[in-house]
Design a protein around this ligand. Sequence first.
Ligand SMILES: Nc1ncnc2c1ncn2[C@@H]1O[C@H](COP(=O)(O)OP(=O)(O)OP(=O)(O)O)[C@@H](O)[C@H]1O
Ligand SMILES: [Mg+2]
Length: 506
Amino acid sequence: MHMGASFIFSAAHEGLFSTRVCVEVDISNGLPRFTIVGLPDTAISEARERVRAAMKNSGFTFPRTRVTVNLAPASIKKQGPMYDLAIALSILRANGQLTNTDPLDNVFVIGELALNGALRPVRGALLAATLAKELGITGIILPAENADEAAQVGGLKVHPATSLHELVFNINQDTLPTHKKSPRNKIPTTYDRDFHEVRGQEQAKRALTIAAAGGHNIFMSGPPGSGKTMLARALPSILPPMSAQESLEVTKIHSIAGTLKAREGLVSARPFRSPHHTSSYVAIIGGGIYPRPGEITLAHHGVLFLDEFSEFGRKAIENLRQPLEDGEVNISRASGSATYPTQFMLVAASNPCPCGFANDPTHTCECRPAQLQRYKERCSGPIMDRFDLFIEVPRVKTNDLAQTPTGTSSVEMREQVCAARLLQLERNKCKGVLYNQQLRTKHLRDICKLDKEGAEFLKKATDALHLSARAFTRVLKVSRTIADLADEKNINVAHLSEAIQYRASL
Ligand SMILES: Nc1ncnc2c1ncn2[C@@H]1O[C@H](COP(=O)(O)OP(=O)(O)OP(=O)(O)O)[C@@H](O)[C@H]1O
Ligand SMILES: [Mg+2]
């Protein structure tokens, strides 16, 4: 039996950062033993069984001597089954079953093996490919399902593989296929839900247009069946397209989370996440043994919709505050820590009280005062302070529902949103800010310029309504977006008074 040593490069991920890993194999005399060292977790111990079975079932012999695999550097936390393929190739290379070793000298290898030798997709292929390119590596060998994702990194040869047997054959014959970068996915132009289908509710549509244009957080309150969920679900149809940079960031997140659809290249539509209110804290904020991104990160550059807001766990809601403010979340676990971006627009919907009919002119509210009090407590305090717009969504009259829809459609709303976003991008880019929502206090003086009457009006309103410092900032930012929608350079009284209307009435 052939003895020897060999190594192959692979990658490890921590949050959205990747590091090079060297998969070293040594085959030496001794009793048959297969060990993997280098801080592997149970998944990697299981890799032993998969690699052995996959090699046998692909027609290769597994060495009947001592096999030692080292995943270096040992200090990096490794996870998941992505090293199977690199381990198998390294063993085959060390014991001479893989004869043509040149193609493996300057490539990354990632992939999970099934017991029959087929390759399964892995998480984080886009990150591994990005790192390979940065390090001057020429190519990456990976499961075919991950090829489109990795091919987004230009200037790197992407070699897709479907099985261990076929891959080794191709390497030995020097016939490794190369995957071509597929054209960027088209930005969707048709949507499941269009605002045109929503009867009436013009005020809510206007507020959602403002929210989408400036990336503002919005809270909708109203009786059951008034169309809150319907309105929120139509939101993707008016969101502006993502820039190439935003697409890449979102794709990386979904690549790590394993939520990328098979053979999807770049994610082109803005994320719209709507976790159920029974979702766990970890599912929403992120975490797990190896810190995984939660819904707040999966919604990065998009929308996080929390329907039935008052039903969500208190801990999850309270913990939204810091990521909303900082645009990122840091998750620390014994196995390592990770920082994930969380720049999303928060959309919440809720009934005004447990029975749902407070403020409804047609029904009397049957809640007891204690119930109302408890309900208000859940939806109050610091988290409510993070919403820029509050709207009441009243019930639509039956008459209006019967008529054919005539209201504003998504196309009209999207045009307004996109135009306002362009204005913001142009004006705010020197501050490193994408949307008005992200403006900091220090930017307000330069960017939220008021005309003379506007300044006086705001001063009076601040005194009369006892606006807090945060509420004051919020009114300014929302007014800025309203002025952008009207294509006005300065904020005037009309913009301010509309923004003030959207304050909380809770
Ligand atoms: N303005 C509207 N235009 C057209 N259909 C509507 C409208 N409002 C409600 N509907 C109809 O009523 C259904 C229920 O609306 P929706 O689920 O959005 O209400 P909701 O406000 O979220 O209620 P709940 O508070 O119970 O969650 C919708 O699927 C839709 O068919
Ligand atoms: Mg609803």
